[in-house]
Design a binder for this molecule. Structure first.
Ligand code: AMP
Length: 564
């Protein structure tokens, strides 16, 4: 296909506000792309390479400005191009505004001297050469290659070439439009195209398979170990919602690290790495994370794709804040040195593929069982002792969920994830099946009016704090907070509260209302249990308000207002 044909159609799409018409244009493009179908299916979305390939063009804007300037003529400099861009605001418009001479340009002449129109294949091949250019002198090579393309462009071609090169296509063709266009052009159902796209992340390949092999071909497309899949994403949500919608929730700790997808294939030949690690954006981050590679090679034996998180840990293996993992995550240089400073560890919570079986369509519980079997030394091993395994508890008991949350916080993780145990794995989707527990919106500052001595390991700590709000001169109880408090904090709180003990009865302690606690919660409900007539649902400890006097604690009126 001539690049001019593509550019004209891109311009028509650009001017088209209606989704249906856009799909029709894309369909026409695909139907007429012949041997260039894979390229056109990507170009129309502004992609040069398949989404899963880590390979990127890596063209800085300056390289592109230099190439445009050179093609525009001797009296135009890269700075002029930049100035115009600052004025106009869009690189396509800037490029389209120069007269490159189109087919008459210097580079347009083939060896025989005839001028040939630029084709989408030539653009693709030149951009591939450009992406491969590396090392010293690569900047000049890139400018030369790009110049060669711009020099052969008419105005419309230049507009979309510039946008393609700088990943700013923006003609309004989303993933849904390409899916529908493939479906219409080659007469295959949209949802089967969608599935093939999910497993392959390559619109070009899916379009070609749909055209050449039809539905059978599409359905035969599977996950491939080594080719990343988009990660399933989570929404914010509450325990209340999760338990209302599902019979049970699968509860997991939420690790404060960076998402990783591990691909392990022991059958890879000597020239292909056995282990590859990808980021949430499907970028290859293997070289930055040797610990993950070592883990895979020591633990796994069959071809596998696992989903998980990499977490920075201290010398005792306790998690460090997210900022620390970032110092390691995409590092390209001095990895060994960085590793000495900050160690990382993988934890896996899902299994997408194991030993030839694609598991995307299996329920979470089956996938998690498979994961556990892969990571455990043998089938009798206690899951709690399995290295690299994120535990998954199934329960419909809110109290149990609270205690898992407290354990997570105590172990210095971010909180909990709530997942639908029956849900399949939907790549790239931010659905309701995975919920990160919503951070509390508004907190309340309550007085501590009572507490209980703990048991066992916590016998010397006060815990389970009774919370009250002010109602004029009296205090009314609204709940008890026992979760989200580490031993260290309980120790501090005990020291803080002991001087205010006014009465003790067994484990129960009455306290003078002196200390103000900030508490989060999911909801305020009416309740006969507490004297205020309300109860905080899932109250969580946020901190002591040392800056507040008892008189500054929240009132019943505020509680009622928050509820309204
Ligand atoms: P957020 O980044 O706040 O949208 O939260 C979702 C992210 O939490 C995921 O993309 C993962 O990187 C991370 N995460 C940590 N622990 C888990 C877990 N057990 N299950 C799923 N995602 C997790």
């Amino acid at each position: 296909m001539e690049f001019a044909t593509f550019a004209d159609r891109a311009a028509a799409i650009d001017a088209e506000p209606a989704d249906l018409e856009i799909v029709a244009h894309v369909r026409d493009l695909l139907e007429n792309a012949n041997d260039d179908l894979e390229i056109v299916a990507r170009f129309v979305q502004g992609r040069v390479f398949p989404a899963w390939r880590s390979r990127t063009l890596d063209i800085g804007p300056t390289t592109c400005y230099e190439a445009i300037a050179r093609a525009a003529g001797t009296n135009v400099s890269a700075t002029d191009v930049e100035d115009r861009l600052a004025e106009i605001g869009e690189i396509g418009e800037v490029a389209a505004g120069y007269d490159f001479g189109g087919q008459q340009g210097l580079g347009a002449f083939t060896e025989g001297g005839a001028s040939d129109p630029l084709t989408v294949r030539e653009v693709f091949e030149t951009l591939s050469d450009l992406a491969a250019a590396d090392g010293s002198g690569s900047h000049d090579t890139k400018v030369d290659l790009l110049f060669g393309l711009f020099n052969r462009c008419e105005s419309a071609e230049a507009r979309y070439l510039a946008r393609l090169v700088l990943s700013e296509m923006r003609i309004g063709v989303g993933e849904g439009a390409v899916r529908d266009a493939i479906s219409e052009a080659f007469d295959v159902p949209g949802e089967r195209v969608e599935r093939a796209l999910q497993v392959s992340n390559d619109y070009g390949q899916v379009a070609r398979v749909a055209r050449d092999d039809g539905l059978e071909g599409l359905d035969a497309m599977d996950l491939e170990v080594g080719r990343p899949v988009q990660a399933m994403l989570a929404q914010a949500g509450t325990v209340t919602d999760a338990l209302e919608e599902w019979d049970e929730a699968a509860v997991e700790w939420k690790y404060d690290g960076a998402r990783i997808q591990l691909h392990y294939d022991p059958e890879n030949g000597a020239d292909v790495a056995t282990t590859r690690v990808f980021s949430r954006n499907m970028e290859d981050v293997t070289d930055a994370l040797p610990e993950v590679v070592e883990f895979a090679e020591a633990t796994l034996t069959e071809p596998t794709i696992l989903d998980g998180e990499v977490v920075a840990v201290d010398d005792d293996g306790a998690p460090l804040p997210f900022q620390e993992v970032l110092k390691r995550f995409r590092r390209k240089h001095d990895v060994a040195k960085a590793r000495e400073d900050i160690e990382v560890r993988p934890v896996f919570f899902d299994c997408l593929h194991a030993d030839g079986d694609d598991l995307l369509e299996e329920p979470l519980t089956t996938r998690h069982d498979r994961l556990e079997a892969l990571l455990a030394d043998d089938q009798t091993q206690d899951p709690e002792t399995v290295d690299g395994l994120s535990l998954c508890w199934r329960t419909d008991d809110p109290e149990r969920i609270e205690s898992i949350d407290a354990e997570a916080l105590e172990a210095r993780h971010e909180g909990i994830m709530l997942k639908d145990p029956e849900s399949t794995y939907s790549p790239g989707r931010r659905g309701k099946h995975w919920r990160k527990r919503k951070p509390d919106v508004e907190t309340l500052d309550c007085l501590i009016t009572g507490a209980e001595w703990g048991e066992g390991r916590r016998a010397t700590f006060l815990g389970t704090f009774e919370l009250s709000v002010r109602d004029g001169d009296t205090l009314e109880t609204v709940g008890k907070v026992a979760t989200g408090i580490t031993d260290e904090k309980l120790d501090d709180l005990t020291d803080l509260l002991e001087p205010y003990i006014v009465a003790e009865d067994g484990q129960d302690v009455d306290l003078e209302p002196e200390i103000v606690l900030e508490v989060g919660y999911e909801e305020i409900q009416t309740s006969p249990t507490y004297s205020s007539g309300y109860a905080l649902r899932f109250p969580r400890f946020q901190g002591v308000r040392h800056d507040k006097d008892p008189a500054d604690a929240d009132s019943l009126e505020r509680l009622e207002r928050l509820r309204a």
